[in-house]
Write a protein that binds this ligand. Structure first.
Ligand code: NIG
Ligand code: FE
Length: 416
């Protein structure tokens, strides 16, 4: 039998106003509580908030204790980087132009096709390890750099293998309509997507479909079609929309049954009310906004309007070579005029909801999995000490999987 572990004497413990909640509109973020206290872990799960003499104690004096971060939008696995494109962007060349010259998604697809599985997994493992040290305990992986039927299936299998091998858990999204493959039309590729779904279902654990709607990628009609395909399989629909130009995709995605609309930098504020009233979350990616010098998504309006808001890294070699959720929180607070509780809600419970996992993870509540972070100071420092990584320890399923050296003394009683 395992001995319960008490994270005791924390300066702040982030808790939900109601332990049963599966998501919370951003307008209610201030109802999260941040009181001093203990969190008791029993085996893999959170057991409660009262430490007693039977517990192994971990002294959390001076620390904040928060749920593990859920990064629900990444493009792992991929291989290589595209730093030369960043230099072009900074010098003023737009992403669409870089894509037209054969860069962008096509360049990463070519690199993936050339790389061995070992190469792809080695880089992806290193990135996932960096994510872990920044507090990411659950992550989403996407395909999307395959751009052929075999290539997409391989990317999905690599994503499955990566998740099997990591200390973190996660889920896999088939981003089957990302760039339009060379020599193909968007409609012809969507026909191919429809034909490959049996193989996707048979050969991978993907449980969501995704699409990139943009002037030089896929259309709102393709988004509607992807929604039908997801519905027929009982899969979730995700959608990259309103990133670089306004396509009016938010109402289309809602009608298509999307679980989330991601990016939203060019989303008209007139669409905020419909999104807030729908069952679709707004996944904001301020790291991609920053790197791409994009407009800021209407984060304050979405929060005030009562939308379920989410933050993620969008980790990919083009628009967001970013692993750090703390950095994303810092950007979000400044760009969207959010509070730190709004940022934390968007990185935990609401992000878990997008992955359909919020009954198990995303909050410090009894019965949920013990995915817990210790911060080296109060949560107010998360956005304020911009660029500093506040994560002092990462616990997954009740097990400390990473502890920063200067905090190792707290864990001397606990077996790693
Ligand atoms: O989420 N917008 C489309 N897809 C990615 C970028 C992929 C890339 O540039 O490699 C994104 O930003
Ligand atoms: Fe993305």
């Amino acid at each position: 039998m395992s001995v319960p572990i008490a994270l005791s004497g924390a300066a702040e413990v982030l808790r939900l106003p109601d332990d049963e909640l599966l998501r919370l509109p951003q307008s209610r973020a201030e109802e999260l509580t941040l009181e001093p206290g203990d969190v008791v872990l029993d085996g893999e799960l959170i057991a409660g908030f009262e430490a007693d003499a039977s517990c192994v104690q971990i002294n959390c004096g001076g620390c904040a204790v928060v749920p593990g971060f859920v990064d629900c939008h990444t493009h792992l696995p991929f291989t290589g980087w595209r730093a030369e494109e960043y230099a072009l962007k900074v010098a003023g060349t737009p992403y669409a132009e870089i894509t037209r010259r054969g860069g962008g998604i096509h360049a990463s697809a070519e690199a993936l096709a050339k790389a061995s599985n070992e190469q792809v997994l080695r880089q992806s493992h290193a990135l996932a390890e960096e994510m872990l040290r920044h507090g990411t305990t659950t992550l989403e992986c996407k395909s999307g750099y395959g751009l052929t039927v075999q290539g997409e299936l391989r990317a999905l299998q690599l994503a499955d293998q990566l998740l099997r091998e990591l200390p973190q858990d996660g889920s896999v999204t088939a981003l089957l309509a990302h760039a339009v493959p060379e020599g193909c039309t968007a409609t012809a590729w969507m026909d191919e997507v429809e034909r490959m779904l049996d193989a996707v279902a048979a050969d991978s654990h993907a449980n969501a479909l995704d699409i990139f709607v943009e002037s030089f990628a896929y259309s709102n009609a393709d988004l509607t079609r992807m929604g039908r395909l997801a519905r027929e399989r009982g899969w979730t629909l995700r959608a990259h929309v309103e990133q670089l130009s306004t396509q009016g995709s938010v109402p289309v995605a809602i009608a298509a049954g999307a679980r989330s609309v991601d990016h939203l930098s060019c989303m008209p504020v007139d669409d905020v009310a419909a999104l807030a009233q729908s069952d679709c979350a707004a996944v904001l990616l301020p790291g991609a906004e920053f790197i791409g010098n994009e407009h800021a998504a209407p984060g304050r309006e979405l929060a005030d309007g009562g939308a379920v808001c989410v933050l993620a890294t969008d980790l990919n070699p083009g628009t967001a070579p970013i692993v750090s959720m703390p950095l994303v929180a810092g950007l979000a607070v400044r760009r969207y005029n959010w509070t730190v509780k709004e940022a934390l809600l968007a990185m935990t419970l609401n992000a878990a909801w997008v992955l359909g996992r919020s009954a198990e993870i995303g909050a410090l509540s009894p019965g949920r999995r013990a995915d817990v972070l210790l911060f080296d100071g109060p949560v107010s420092h998360l956005p304020y000490r911009f660029g500093h990584n506040p994560v002092a320890a990462v616990i997954i399923g009740g097990r400390p999987v990473w502890v920063r050296e200067d905090h190792a003394w707290r864990f001397k009683e606990v077996e790693k």
